[in-house]
Design a protein around this ligand. Structure first.
Ligand SMILES: Nc1ncnc2c1ncn2[C@@H]1O[C@H](COP(=O)(O)OP(=O)(O)OP(=O)(O)O)[C@@H](O)[C@H]1O
Ligand SMILES: [Mg+2]
Length: 462
């Protein structure tokens, strides 16, 4: 699409010749002889660039410029100055004009300026778009979940964002810890500062120390240059310490000091540096257990655990699965398709019955896979990854992970088991309730009552 240019000049000949020459170059050009009409046009149509004289009868070029910028910051304004007076050009640029050109000028000169201006406009628009995209990735609206557990998580995220409190996020792999940490940062007053992520997993003490605090030149073999650490880079923003449980004990002391005083020294450095940083941590482990076993300092634990956020594994909040499926379908289905593909009941049953050891990340991968393999509109069993097609609900039933549990509510656990068995029967019989009751060995009325009680298969019941 050709770029739209508006020329405002009260010298008729100048205006007409510019208009026709720019049209020849492929621009979509209009021109008027006064600023008031120019302003009306800017407000009613979208222009990329306005080229205006500063000396105009009626509204001055300078006031015109201010009004344009008030209306839309993104319109590029190039000023023509009749007498080459630098002062007026300078004050126009201070008011937001992109550039100026001194009369008399050749059309080529103007075209070069216009091309440069358009390039600038497009790249800044692109940068802004990317920035918005990164931010929206961390919108609360993008953290999907309607289960009680997720509602609680989101409530905490919302209320803690604009405070400075240290946050400790706990959850299994793929439950959304990094996403939540990002959401907290991007909704805090530090959102314009950096969000720096450090993985503390499996790094030895030396590497981790220099990663976090930086080092001076010559501090150790290989330290050829002074290097700033992650804490310094995060100054003014937030630092996200992932897998914080893996920090070796002697490094924990240093971290404790940063938490208490916000000061540290680079490795091999004498100078004490201060930082202004918010600390957000994540762990897959039970940190308190680590404290009891002597792997983690108790004082550090309490400093980190000011606001704890526990993200439950996906298998414990299966009501979030349909919502997440929908969210990922929107993400992966090409924007040119007019409708989202249907997910067959059979697929839904499999996805609801599955144990999800990889949590939301695994679900996201499964949906991406299925979208890629769904040739016609729907997501059917055939589009699922091989390993899910083979999921046998009966074996899944037996694979309850009890290793991290401190207590189990027997009634809830039995309900879970019952749900799974009913889902299994549903899958086996294609939802035929007479047959379901038969293979489960219960009367049909009992099955119906259980379906209603457990809120299963609303579609079947309605
Ligand atoms: N509630 C959610 N809503 C939408 N997307 C989510 C949600 N939770 C997680 N995701 C997505 O799942 C993927 C994994 O999330 P993330 O990387 O935050 O997990 P994690 O807990 O940090 O995992 P790990 O412990 O393996 O580092 C990401 O693509 C993330 O956007
Ligand atoms: Mg992570």
């Amino acid at each position: 699409m050709s770029s739209k240019v508006l020329i405002v000049d009260d010298e008729k000949l100048m205006r007409i010749s510019l208009e026709s020459q720019l049209k020849k170059e492929g621009y979509n050009v209009k021109s008027v002889d006064n600023a008031l009409d120019g302003l009306k046009m800017v407000k009613s149509e979208e222009y990329d660039i306005v080229v205006t004289d500063l000396r105009l009868s009626g509204m001055s070029g300078m006031d015109f410029l201010k009004e344009i910028k008030k209306h839309n910051q993104e319109i590029i304004v190039v000023i023509m100055t009749a007498y080459g007076t630098l002062e007026s050009a300078v004050s126009a640029i201070k008011e937001g004009a992109y550039d100026y050109i001194a009369k008399p000028f050749s059309t080529d000169e103007l075209i070069i300026k216009l091309q440069r201006a358009l390039y600038y406009k497009n790249t800044t628009a692109e940068v802004n778009r990317l920035r918005r995209e990164i931010q929206s990735e961390f919108e609360f609206g993008n953290i999907i979940g309607k289960s009680e557990a997720m509602k609680k998580v989101l409530e905490t995220v919302r209320s803690v964002s604009d405070r400075e409190a240290t946050v400790l996020i706990r959850g299994e792999s793929g439950t959304g810890k990094e996403k939540i940490a990002g959401a907290i940062h991007y909704h805090s007053i530090r959102r314009n500062g950096s969000f720096i992520r450090v993985s503390c997993a499996a790094l030895n003490r030396e590497i981790l120390e220099s990663e976090l605090f930086g080092h001076e030149k010559g501090a150790f073999t290989g330290a050829v240059k002074t290097r700033r650490g992650r804490f310094e880079l995060a100054n003014g923003g937030s630092i996200f310490l992932d897998d914080v449980d893996d920090i070796p004990l002697d490094m924990q002391v240093k971290l404790l000091r940063v938490l208490q005083e916000r000061t540290f020294e680079r490795v091999g450095g004498e100078e004490t540096l201060s930082v202004d940083v918010r600390i957000i941590c994540a762990t897959k482990k039970d940190l308190l257990e680590h404290v009891k076993e002597g792997y983690f300092r108790e004082d550090l634990f309490y400093r980190l655990n000011v606001v704890p956020i526990n993200i439950p594994p996906l298998r414990e909040r299966k009501e979030d699965i349909p919502l997440l499926i929908n969210y990922f379908l929107k993400k992966f289905v090409s924007q040119y398709e007019d409708a989202l593909p249907d997910v067959s009941q059979e697929v839904m049953d499999v996805l609801l019955a599955y144990n999800w050891p990889g949590n939301v990340r695994e679900l996201e991968n499964v949906i991406e896979h299925s979208v890629a393999f769904s040739k016609s509109k729907g997501i059917s069993i055939e589009t699922l990854p091989e390993y899910l097609r083979r999921v046998d609900i009966r074996t899944d039933l037996l694979s309850m992970d009890l290793s991290n549990k401190q207590e189990i509510n027997l009634q809830d656990a039995l309900t879970e088991v019952e749900k799974k068995l009913i889902q299994w029967a549903h899958q086996k019989t294609n939802g035929n309730q007479v047959k379901m009751a038969e293979i489960l060995g219960i009367p049909r009325t009992t099955l119906r009552n259980r379906l209603i009680k457990l809120q299963l298969f609303e579609k079947v019941l309605s």
